[in-house]
Design a binder for this molecule. Structure first.
Ligand code: ZN
Length: 562
C-alpha cells in the first residue's frame, strides 16, 4: 500500500473518550499484572490510531497548504489533540500508581515509568485551553511563512526556493536574495513580533499553572529529557563558546581567503567556495536511484529499508506551489511507515534529505516492532544523532551524488557541520533567556539575539542589512516558534555524529556496527546511556569539544598535505 492509498478518517473523539474511560477503569480495578500489561497494549492501539490519522492529515496538509479539507482537519487536531492528551494522561496516571509497578517494569523496562513520570508532571487539564491557543499560534506562524511569494529571477519563490539564490556564487545575486527574503520578514514584522510575544507568554502561563518556575524546566519535561537539565546544557554551550568558536573563526578566515574577500558578510557565510558550493548531479529521480544504490551497498538492513520506502512511495520531495516550506521525516505507526517530506531545490540540501531525513526514517523502520510506541523513539538528541550520523557515514558514497565535486563536498559538509553547532547554541541560549525573562519587549528580544550573535558568530558582519542588523534573525528560525527549546538537540547530536565520524575514519565497519546498535536500541535507553554504550565522548563532559576540535584539526591538516 502506498502513502496515497492510505484512507484518512477523522478520529471519533467521543468513542476514544469512552474507550479510554473503559481501559482506565479496568486498569484501576485489575489485580493481575498480565491483564494490566494487556490494557497498556490496548492504549497503544488507540494512541497509535490517533497518531496515525493526525500524521496523515499533517503530511497531506503540508503537501498542499491550500487544500481546505486538510486545513480543516489540522484545525480539528489543533483543538482536539490536547483533549486526547488528557485521556492519555489520565490513563498514564492510573498506570503510574499501579500496585504492580515493579512487575510491570519487568515487561516495559524502567525507562517507560521514568518517562511516564516526566510526562505526567508536565501536563494538567488546567492547561488545555492554553495549549489549544498555543497550537493555533504555531499554525498561524507556519502558514504565514508558507504564504511567502517572493519575486526573484522572474519567478515567485517560497522561502525554500529562494535559498538556492542565497548561496549563489555570484555575490550580487546572493546579497539581493538575502535582501528579498529579509523584505518578506520586514513586511510581516509586526505580526511575527506579536505571535512570538503571545507564545512566550502563553507558555510561561502554562508553566506557572503546572507549578514550574519558568517555561525552561517545563520545556525540558515536554521534550522528555530524562538525563540532563539546563545546568548541563549551559556547560555544553560554554565549551562551544570557549573551544569551538575560536576554532571556527580560523576556518572562516580560510573561507574568506578562498572567496578573495577581506571579511565575511552575512550573505557570504554559507557560500564556501568561489565557484559555488558543491551541487548534486542529476534530478530527483536520479538522486533517489543513487541513494538506493548507496543504501544497498552500505548494509543489508539499510538496503532493505530504502527499498521499502520506494516500494511504498513514502516520499514527497519536489518543491511545488502551496507546499509547506522545509523538510521533515515523520511516521505513521499503524502502517509502520516512515515518511519523508522535502522541497528539492538543486542544492546539496537535497542529498542531505536523502541521508539526514532517511537516517530518521531508517531508525523508525528499525524500531517499528518495539511493542510500546513510547519507547520506539529516543529523546530528540539521540534521534537527531541517528540522522546526522547517517549524513557522515554516507561520505563514502559522495562521488555518486557529487561526481567530480565529491572532495569539495566532503570539506563543505564538515565545515557546515562545525559552523552549525555555535548557531544552534545561539538559538538555545536565546530561547532560554526568552523564557527566563518573558516580559522582554520585542525590541529587547532583538537586542538579545544580536548580543548572542556576537558571542557565537563573531565573524558574521551584517553589512547593515535590513531585518538582520536589527536582530530580527530569530524570526526565520521556525523552531523558536514551533518547537520551543528543541534545537540544542541538534548541537548535541551533531557533536555525537562527529564523534561517530572520527571513529569511522579509523574503522568504518566497526563504527557503523556501533551506530547500528545505537539506532536499534530505539528509545529503550537514555541519550547518555546510548552515547556511553557506543563508547563515545559525552558532549556534556568537560573536554568533549576540545577532543572534537583536535581530531578535526588533524583531518584538515591531512587534507592540506594531499
Ligand atoms: Zn532531523
Amino acid at each position: 500500500m502506498t502513502f496515497t492509498d492510505i484512507v484518512y478518517k477523522r478520529p471519533n473523539l467521543e468513542q476514544i473518550k469512552k474507550d479510554y474511560e473503559q481501559i482506565t477503569r479496568k486498569f484501576a480495578a485489575s489485580s493481575n499484572v498480565q491483564e494490566q500489561y494487556e490494557l497498556i497494549l490496548e492504549h497503544e492501539k488507540l494512541y497509535s490510531n490517533f497518531q496515525s490519522m493526525s500524521t496523515v492529515a499533517y503530511i497531506r496538509n503540508s503537501i498542499n497548504t491550500a487544500d481546505p479539507f486538510y486545513e480543516g482537519e489540522m484545525a480539528f487536531f489543533d483543538s482536539n489533540s490536547p483533549l486526547m492528551d488528557n485521556y492519555v494522561q489520565n490513563f498514564y496516571k492510573t498506570v503510574f500508581s499501579s500496585k504492580y509497578k515493579t512487575e510491570l517494569e519487568e515487561k516495559t523496562g524502567k525507562l517507560f515509568f521514568k518517562n511516564l513520570e516526566i510526562s505526567l508532571r508536565s501536563f494538567s487539564p488546567a492547561v488545555i485551553e492554553l495549549k489549544q491557543k498555543e497550537n493555533a499560534l504555531v499554525t498561524e506562524y507556519e502558514k504565514l511563512l508558507a504564504s511567502a511569494k517572493i519575486e526573484f529571477d522572474g519567478k515567485k519563490l517560497n522561502l525554500s526556493e529562494i535559498q538556492k539564490y542565497q548561496i549563489s556564487q555570484n555575490r550580487d545575486i546572493r546579497k539581493s536574495a538575502w535582501e528579498k527574503a529579509a523584505g518578506f520578514y520586514l513586511e510581516n514584522a509586526q505580526r511575527l513580533d506579536e505571535i512570538y510575544d503571545e507564545l512566550v507568554k502563553n507558555r510561561t502561563e502554562q508553566a506557572k499553572k503546572l507549578g514550574y518556575k519558568s517555561y525552561v524546566s517545563l520545556g525540558y519535561d515536554r521534550l522528555g529529557r530524562n538525563c540532563y537539565g539546563p545546568k548541563e546544557i549551559k556547560n555544553f554551550r560554554n565549551q562551544v563558546a570557549s573551544d569551538l568558536v575560536p576554532f571556527i573563526v580560523k576556518i572562516k578566515e580560510e573561507q574568506a581567503k578562498r572567496l578573495g574577500l577581506p571579511d565575511l558578510k552575512l550573505y557570504d557565510n554559507d557560500c564556501l567556495f568561489p565557484d559555488g558550493n558543491p551541487t548534486p548531479k542529476g534530478n530527483r529521480q536520479l538522486l533517489v536511484n543513487d541513494a538506493q544504490r548507496m543504501y544497498r551497498e552500505m548494509h543489508p538492513l539499510t538496503g532493505e529499508f530504502f527499498d521499502y520506502m520506494i516500494h511504498n512511495e513514502l516520499f514527497d520531495l519536489d518543491s511545488k506551489k502551496d507546499k509547506a516550506v522545509g523538510g521533515y521525516c515523520t511516521e505513521i505507526p499503524d502502517y509502520k511507515y516512515p515518511f519523508i517530506f522535502s522541497n528539492f531545490n538543486g542544492t546539496a540540501g537535497d542529498v542531505k534529505v536523502l541521508t539526514h531525513e532517511a537516517g530518521h526514517a531508517f531508525a523508525s523502520y528499525l524500531a517499528k516492532d518495539i511493542p510500546l510506541l513510547e519507547l520506539r523513539s529516543p529523546t530528540m538528541d539521540a534521534a537527531e544523532t541517528h540522522s546526522m550520523s547517517m549524513e557522515l557515514f554516507s561520505r563514502k558514497w559522495d562521488s555518486l551524488f557529487f561526481e567530480n565535486e565529491a572532495e569539495k563536498f566532503r570539506l563543505y559538509q564538515l565545515e557546515a557541520a562545525l559552523d552549525f553547532i555555535p548557531y544552534g547554541c545561539l538559538v538555545d541560549e536565546f530561547q532560554t533567556i526568552m523564557y527566563e525573562t518573558p516580559a522582554l519587549t520585542p525590541d529587547e528580544r532583538k537586542q538579545t539575539w544580536l548580543k548572542l550573535e556576537k558571542k557565537y558568530r563573531s565573524w558574521v558582519n551584517f553589512d547593515n542589512m535590513p531585518f538582520f542588523s536589527i536582530g530580527g534573525g530569530y524570526q526565520r528560525q521556525h523552531h523558536i516558534y514551533s518547537f520551543p527549546l528543541y534545537y540544542i538537540d541538534y548541537c548535541l547530536a551533531q557533536t555525537t555524529a562527529l564523534e561517530f565520524w572520527i571513529e569511522s575514519e579509523k574503522d568504518w565497519k566497526s563504527a557503523f556496527s556501533r551506530y547500528l546498535t545505537f539506532v536499534q536500541t530505539g528509545g529503550t535507553k537514555t541519550y547518555a546511556e546510548l552515547v556511553k554504550s557506543a563508547e563515545l565522548e559525552y558532549p556534556m563532559n568537560n573536554g568533549c569539544m576540545k577532543h572534537l576540535c583536535g581530531k578535526v584539526a588533524v583531518w584538515f591538516q591531512d587534507q592540506q598535505k594531499q
